[in-house]
Design a binder for this molecule. Structure first.
Ligand code: FES
Ligand SMILES: [Fe+2]
Length: 380
């Protein structure tokens, strides 16, 4: 890191001190954390190429040869079904000149580079490279750079860091606490992908912000909850993870559309919940469905949100399934629209020279927890 960046970091370190103290003294982060190119570069180095990240669903690649591509902080990757039993994740970067060998999603026996036709099988191994033998190049053993990956509850996780601790170690402390979010027993009913002109952390924070619900979401879902200040039942977990548990005493006016999730049927102590894994997986569950969000930096002031709506297999067979799904689609469109407006406003505020971070309130406890972890990981 060069000298100006060190100076910038020292200044930001001072500006984040209050966030690390008790909630009653805590203040939100300085605007620069959301606008700085230097911070975005550091996030890539310390978070997005170092941590376990949920990038795809196993159901996205059900058959051998199926693949989906993804870009993580500017680094292109392929998630590929290499055999009936294996999913491989590797860099989407040709071994000749580095360009992407696959785009979008699909099924293929060979990923053929669009520039000079080097060809790779679904395991990422080089299986053809025109005229390289004549040039006496021995390319045996060449393969697209593999990345560490793991499967958990229907998700494919990836980690760029070859030295990273195994996924099982990362998830172990959360496993029991997040039992309710059985995403492996569900499949995606629909997805919503949206690019927003805001920093990815505003979405990380907003998805844990119960305080805004009564202002922003009265038209969509806030009336279903009995929110009271200081009353959010938020559990703070290791590594910045959180889980908020709502029993039936905190929910009202909830209109059932689909059958209850089989694993929670009849429970009253946990009828909905909200959880987050640092950095960028957020989970919401209610009596009948699961909603997941992942969010990805594109630039300091731009990010991509991928929202998936999941249901158990049996629910897809209920009468009028599509009509009922349309209600959820509309509700989620409304929620995303409500949030988008404030997210863009937050980014504008962060870029304003007059912005002074204000105090946090009780209902922001989960947000403070994940931000503290962010600051620690970033060394800020
Ligand atoms: S860049 Fe891929 S074959 Fe040349
Ligand atoms: Fe919201």
């Amino acid at each position: 890191m060069n000298a100006p960046q060190q100076t910038e970091l020292r200044r930001l370190h001072a500006g984040t001190a209050l966030m690390k103290g008790p909630l009653q003294d805590a203040r939100h982060l300085p605007g620069e954390i959301y606008t700085s190119e230097g911070i975005a570069a550091l996030e890539k180095a310390r978070i997005f190429t170092k941590r376990w990240l949920a990038i795809a669903r196993v159901e996205d690649v059900p058959k051998p040869g199926d693949y989906v591509t993804h870009t993580i902080a500017g680094e292109p990757v392929i998630v590929s079904r290499s055999s009936d039993t294996d999913i491989a994740v590797f860099r989407n970067a040709c071994l000749h000149r580095g360009i992407e060998v696959a785009v979008g999603a699909g099924n293929t026996r060979v990923h053929r580079c669009p520039y000079h036709s080097w060809a790779y099988n679904p395991a990422g191994e080089l299986v053809g490279a025109p005229w390289t033998k004549e040039a006496c190049h021995d390319l045996s053993g060449y393969r697209l750079a593999p990345l560490k990956s793991a499967v958990w509850r229907g998700w494919v996780f990836v980690n760029f860091d070859a030295e990273a601790a195994p996924f099982e170690e990362f998830i172990a402390p959360m496993e029991d606490e997040l039992w309710y979010y059985q995403t492996g027993q569900c499949r995606v009913a629909f997805r919503k992908v949206i690019d927003l002109d805001c920093n990815w952390k505003f979405v990380m924070e907003n998805l844990l912000d119960f305080y805004h619900a009564m202002t922003v979401h009265m038209a969509s879902f806030a009336t279903q909850y009995k929110f009271r200040s200081g009353d959010v039942p938020m559990k703070l977990l290791p590594d910045g993870a959180v889980n908020a548990v709502f029993g039936s005493d905190m929910r009202e006016n909830f209109p059932f559309i689909y059958p209850e999730l089989p694993w929670i049927k009849g429970r009253t102590d946990f009828v909905s919940g909200k959880a987050a894994l640092f950095p960028n997986l957020n989970l919401f569950v209610n009596q009948e469905s699961i909603r997941t969000s992942t969010f990805w930096p594109i630039a300091p002031g731009r990010m991509r949100l991928v929202m998936s709506f999941l249901l158990p297999e049996e629910t897809f067979k209920v009468p009028d399934f599509d009509i009922k799904l349309e209600k959820y689609r509309r509700q989620i469109d409304t929620i995303v629209g409500e949030d988008s407006a404030v997210l863009l406003a937050l980014q504008r505020a962060a870029g304003s020279e007059g912005y002074q971070p204000g105090p946090m309130v009780n209902m922001e406890i989960g947000m403070q927890h994940i931000i503290r972890n962010y600051l620690q990981v970033m060394g800020l």
